[in-house]
Design a protein around this ligand. Structure first.
Ligand SMILES: *[C@@H]1O[C@H](CO)[C@@H](O)[C@H](O)[C@H]1NC(C)=O
Ligand SMILES: *[C@@H]1O[C@H](CO)[C@@H](O)[C@H](O)[C@H]1NC(C)=O
Ligand SMILES: *[C@@H]1O[C@H](CO)[C@@H](O)[C@H](O)[C@H]1NC(C)=O
Ligand SMILES: *[C@@H]1O[C@H](CO)[C@@H](O)[C@H](O)[C@H]1NC(C)=O
Length: 399
């Protein structure tokens, strides 16, 4: 196919480490990863993803990478096909296997999809994959996926603690808001709504948008970056790189879900807001990009008070590429290209992303020999966003 030949062409020229221009007026796009490296990054991710949010993020990475026709970044997202057909829907084996395993091992009598280590939002990150497994299942008498997704939604909307103005808490034992929540729960609520359609669906799309709006109200600082954790005991006031990446990328998925749903026309102002709020984060973050393209773990800290973090760099670059295909504003592409360059140099021969933050401490680098499951997923999300932008620029994808 023409497009894949073009991408192979980019990759060949990539060995020269040049940034390529396409057509006059369009931005240059950085050379990306080759398929062999991506396969290793993917296998490594599937090997070490374990916690609920890691598995949920792995599912989203699998959708965007291996089953793009099923992902919310394609107009084909709604309604999804009723059967999986690898020729059309790609290889969704890993994603469906994770969803199946989650539903099969769900503890009876509980509402969340799985144990969230005290987090309300994290188990919901698996919800989109569970809904896709339901929608595409062969055995129509099996309602286990549907019931599990419904119970997860019920827990978010009626079971979990909230602030007085309605922001759903990210924690189950106290009201506390984490930027991470925005990637975990609103994309699921929106996806559920886009599938449901009608008035119920519109209400859920609005609720997904409202959670983004409320979270931004609580977490955003005047410079445009979000604090990590607010309210309750054990807050983190820093502008954590991955927290900002979760927020921007989560809002991007909500935006895409709305855009490709039947409510796209009725939800114009919500789409404008989400677009602006994503832009607000990525444009603020790239002001602090370091010389080699990386961001620091605390985005606006001085280099001696923080450390380079490839995880947040990868997810913010992915979101920046996605944003350009929506806004036609390519002014941030150069930052994403520099980030792509440093991420390519940060993946070792075995497919492991180096220089990651420890995703469980938030404020220390991963120890030697330790790897970040979410960081592995972010590389795949970056690759997928880059691939889609490249294809879109040659006219192979609708905007
Ligand atoms: C589909 O993906 C799974 C899991 O990543 C892999 O084991 C399998 O070989 C793939 N199938 C094909 C036909 O590529
Ligand atoms: C599960 O799929 C069926 C169609 O097979 C659909 O009617 C039902 O609404 C789906 N469940 C959810 C929660 O989306
Ligand atoms: C607050 O959190 C800290 C750990 O972050 C814990 O040691 C302390 O007991 C907590 N205090 C309350 C009142 O829950
Ligand atoms: C990029 O620069 C940072 C210092 O700002 C350094 O810690 C990191 O290792 C560098 N990354 C690569 C891939 O060279």
């Amino acid at each position: 196919m023409f497009v894949s030949k073009l991408i192979v062409f980019f990759q060949l020229l990539g060995s020269l480490s040049f940034v390529l221009g396409l057509v006059l007026g369009l931005p240059v796009i950085q050379v990306g990863f080759n398929d062999r490296t991506i396969s290793k990054v993917e296998a490594d991710m599937l090997q070490i993803a374990e916690h609920s949010w890691e598995l949920g993020t792995a599912c989203e990475a699998e959708a965007e990478l291996a089953s793009p026709a099923l992902s919310v970044f394609r107009a084909s997202a709604f309604p999804p096909p009723t059967h999986l057909n690898p020729a059309i829907t790609g290889n969704s084996t890993a994603m469906i296997d994770i969803a199946t395993n989650i539903v099969e091992t769900k503890v009876p009598g509980t509402l969340p999809l799985t144990d969230g280590d005290g987090a309300v939002g994290d188990p919901a990150s698996l919800g989109v994959a569970v809904l896709l497994a339901n929608w595409t299942r062969d055995d129509l008498s099996d309602d286990s996926f549907s019931v599990a997704a419904q119970e997860q939604l019920d827990y978010l909307l009626t079971g979990a603690p909230r602030t007085e103005d309605g922001a759903i808490s990210h924690r189950d034992t106290q009201v506390q808001l984490w930027a991470d929540f925005v990637y975990m729960a609103p994309p699921f609520i929106a996806y559920y709504g886009a599938l449901a359609g009608g008035a119920v669906g519109a209400d859920l799309l609005q609720q997904a948008y409202d959670q983004c709006r409320l979270y931004r109200n609580y977490l955003r600082d005047p410079i445009g970056l979000w604090r990590h954790i607010t309210l309750g005991n054990g807050t983190d006031e820093t502008h954590w790189g991955t927290g900002n990446a979760w927020a921007a990328a989560g809002m991007m998925r909500v935006l895409q879900t709305i855009r490709h749903s039947e409510q796209a026309q009725a939800f114009q102002s919500q789409q404008e807001d989400l677009t602006n709020w994503i832009h607000e984060i990525v444009s603020a973050a790239w002001q602090f990009q370091q010389a080699n393209g990386t961001l620091l773990n605390t985005i606006d800290a001085s280099p001696w008070d923080s450390f380079a973090d490839s995880s947040s760099t990868a997810l913010l670059a992915a979101t920046t590429y996605r944003l350009a295909t929506i806004t036609f504003d390519f002014s941030l592409i150069e930052f994403a290209n520099k980030a792509m360059d440093v991420i390519r140099r940060s993946v070792d021969d075995d497919g492991w992303l180096q220089n990651t933050v420890d995703p469980e401490t938030f404020n220390t680098p991963s120890l030697p020999g330790e790897h970040s499951p979410e960081g592995q997923a972010f590389v795949l999300l970056l690759h997928s966003a880059w691939r889609d932008l490249a294809e879109w620029m040659v006219g192979a994808l609708p905007p």
